[in-house]
Design a protein. Structure first.
Ligand SMILES: *Cc1c(COP(=O)(O)O)cnc(C)c1O
Length: 395
């Protein structure tokens, strides 16, 4: 047998973490790496955060899981907290980002179909990433995720990101929703323009269609506000959140207004694990730390500091770097060429973890509670890495 016990779907690297301490990961062989990837925007409080750890330990000893057949004081309490701190009136808990997007799309279709309309089509945007289920790969135009899994689900139209005219032109009698990342993550840390998001909101209102935001990566304080939509001055009808939501505990949520959720009635949707007491305890602990103006102001000022330091630095290497973009502590550094080799070089030779993304961009996604010391170490490693990097020869 030559297949590995772990299904070989990831190109895993040689760094094998077994422990974490704040913004650092420690490998099996004892080597340490500065973690400015944070599990791809998941470990927003770093590793081993005392408040989150204690909440999970206490809940594990009290009650981990019960079925959604029973009343959920834990789910009600955290859903109420989300309702109090966001646009939403109601929340469905999931175990991942893809499931949160899946629920969002079902909510949008059910909104229309519950009132006798047969609208089902969802307009999405090129180079989006919404997850790896059949529906969420169908929602993305990226062929690398489709290969081998055809046929896709019906009912998606792909339009250029940030192209409002294109979005308008794609609307038809069957259009149920727009689905968009306000800041594309995997696609290359591309923030949508204000005009685009505000324009989608206006088009959605005008044509009676749902605006779904996928804030799985940019949500939960990452962008400098609790959710990125706040910075666009609009509210969505439906929104998917996950990644940072449990600070490392696998949990997601689909949030909706009361009007948008009108099709999601008893018996229409479900999840065995979704919103169990264990997950809710992790979410509450994360919210205790992040859902206040002091913490969010700190994320914004740390983000500005990191961004201006990066912008100054990349000027030294115009042959490697072309710019910095993003919001808050969701930053992307644009390079002159594909970024995977540089990200691997930083990891293997300088103990710095980042994440490659599309559009020749790598992602800088540190824990949100880093300070000056981590920024300084990051810049030292990045400088040393840029100085020692051999650019791949053009093919
Ligand atoms: C990561 C991600 C998802 C999928 O989340 P999973 O937890 O991997 O299912 C969906 N949308 C966006 C924007 C993401 O970044």
């Amino acid at each position: 047998m030559s297949i590995t016990p772990l299904m070989p779907v990831y190109p895993r690297c040689g760094f094998r973490p077994v422990r974490g301490e704040g913004a650092w990961l420690i490998s099996e062989d004892g080597s340490r790496a500065l973690d400015f990837a944070a599990g791809i925007a998941v470990n927003l409080l770093g590793h081993g955060h005392p408040h989150l750890t204690k909440a999970i330990q206490d809940q594990a000893a009290t009650l981990m899981h019960v079925s959604n057949l029973y009343g959920s004081p834990q789910g009600e309490a955290f859903a109420q907290r989300l309702v109090d701190t966001t646009f939403a009136d109601t929340v469905f808990f999931t175990n991942s980002g893809a499931e949160a997007v899946e629920c969002a799309m079902k909510t949008a279709r059910a909104y229309h179909q519950s009132q006798g309309s047969d609208r089902f089509e969802i307009i999405t945007f090129k180079n989006a990433f919404h997850g790896r289920t059949m529906a969420t790969i169908s929602a993305s135009n990226q062929e690398k995720m489709h290969k081998g899994f055809m046929p896709l689900l019906d009912g998606f139209k792909y339009v250029d990101f940030d192209d409002l005219e294109g979005a308008k032109a794609a609307i038809g009698p069957k259009t149920a929703a727009f689905l968009v990342e306000p800041i594309q993550g995997e696609g290359g840390v591309r923030p949508a323009s204000d005009a685009f998001i505000q324009g989608l909101r206006a088009l959605a209102d005008e044509h009676g269609i749902m605006l779904i935001l996928d804030e799985v990566q940019c949500g939960v304080a990452r962008s400098g506000t609790l959710y990125a939509y706040e910075q666009y001055g609009i509210i969505p009808d439906i929104m998917a959140t996950a990644k940072g939501l449990g600070g490392g505990f696998p949990v997601g949520a689909c949030l909706a207004t009361e009007a948008a959720a009108r099709g999601m009635v008893v018996g229409t949707h479900g999840s065995t694990y979704g919103g169990n007491p264990f997950a809710m305890a992790a979410c509450q602990a994360v919210w205790d730390v992040v859902a206040n103006e002091e913490f969010l102001a700190q994320v914004r000022s740390t983000g500005e500091k990191l961004r201006s330091t990066l912008e100054q630095f990349i000027g030294n290497y115009p042959d490697l770097f072309t710019g910095v973009r993003g919001k808050g502590l969701m930053l992307g550094v644009m390079m002159t060429h594909e970024t995977r080799a540089f990200v691997a070089h930083l990891r293997d030779n300088h103990g710095l973890l980042l994440v490659a993304a599309g559009d020749n961009t790598f992602r800088v996604l540190p824990p949100l509670n880093i300070g000056d010391a981590e920024i300084q170490t990051f810049m030292e490693k990045l400088s040393a890495g840029a100085a020692s990097y051999q650019m791949p020869q053009a093919a």
